[in-house]
Write a protein that binds this ligand. Structure first.
Ligand code: SF4
Length: 310
């Protein structure tokens, strides 16, 4: 098994052992009830979840979670889907939210119609957020506003926590544009196994996945230490002078990797753009800066060019 999948796989395995033993003891195994709302975003996080392979989404849905509502995956549509959504909230459930919450105008983001009334993103987060036993904010839009709230933000989009006007202790923040499938599945596995979220840091991110910076585990770190910096894309050395945001971005991308544990941005020769940083995208842009420009900025005292090895 790939190194990156281990932590999630261990959690799922523990859950399976626990489930088997409760079946043996004649207890009825309860699936975790999950409602997934797609608010103001691009649906990239649910698409990313479909790429999960360890375990695959199919296994998750068959054996571990009861996904009561997700407008991209469910077969029901229109009023019937909305009726299912509201009925599901009558029992205990965990709420996953992707996308920011548009606050400027109720009509900006309507998630559906229920009993003839349009339900806005803002109304949905208030109603379901207050009833959920826990909330998982999935992706950078849900956690910090992300691209949906970037300048000039005509929709007045804000994060889930801001829309609820609180950083509830139980809002788990899974940053990333998109969120890695393992970060979400691993968080769910922790809920299933221990009945609570994994240990969180001061930004409510699970330390399990967001404990250290990308820079700490980067395969090009030795070039950084030896001050050998790429001046053009395609050079196989440290890309800090090209704008790499690995030093300020906390995720386990270098060891976990993406697309079935195949590769990750720096491995594919592109700088980290800081998509899992709270200030993404306004605060981490430009995503690529050219060395020449950086040198010009340094002369004007606007940029600190890393010094070359003597
Ligand atoms: S490429 Fe980025 S993450 Fe890797 S060592 Fe350089 S600055 Fe750090």
């Amino acid at each position: 098994m790939e190194k990156g999948a281990k932590a999630v796989e261990e959690l799922i395995e523990k859950w399976k052992v626990k489930a088997r033993s409760s079946i043996k003891q004649g207890e009825k195994r309860k699936k975790l009830k999950l409602i997934w709302l797609e608010l103001t975003g691009c649906s990239g996080n649910i698409i990313s979840l479909l790429n999960g392979i360890d375990p695959e989404l199919e296994e998750l849905l068959m054996n571990h979670i009861d996904l009561c509502y997700n407008n991209s995956l469910m077969t029901a549509e229109g009023e019937a889907a909305m009726a299912q959504l509201f009925a599901s909230a009558e029992e205990e459930f965990i709420l996953a939210v992707e996308g920011a919450v548009a606050m400027q105008d109720q009509r900006y983001n309507i998630i559906g119609r229920y009993q003839g009334k349009p339900i806005s993103a803002q109304e949905a987060i208030q109603y379901f957020g207050q009833r959920a036993s826990s909330i998982i904010a999935v992706g950078t839009c849900a956690t910090y506003g992300g691209i949906s709230a970037s300048r000039p933000n005509p929709s007045g989009s804000v994060s889930v926590a801001k829309a609820l006007q609180t950083m509830r202790q139980d809002i788990v923040q899974l940053l990333g544009c998109p969120c890695h499938p393992d970060w979400f599945i691993g968080t769910l596995a922790h809920f299933m196994l221990y009945g609570q979220a994994p240990v969180l840091d001061s930004e409510n991110r699970p330390i399990l996945f967001y404990g250290i910076t990308i820079h700490d585990n980067c395969e090009r770190r030795s070039f950084f230490e030896n001050r050998i910096f790429a001046e053009r894309l395609g050079e196989q050395t440290c890309m800090i002078a090209l704008g790499c945001r690995g030093p300020i971005t906390k995720t386990d991308c270098p060891t976990r990797q993406w697309n079935s544990y195949l590769n990750w941005p720096v491995g594919a020769n592109t700088p980290c753009i800081g998509c899992a940083h709270p200030t993404f995208p306004d605060g981490t842009a430009p995503f690529v800066q050219y060395a020449q420009r950086a040198r010009g900025m340094e002369k004007r005292g606007q940029h600190n060019w890393p010094s070359k090895k003597k």
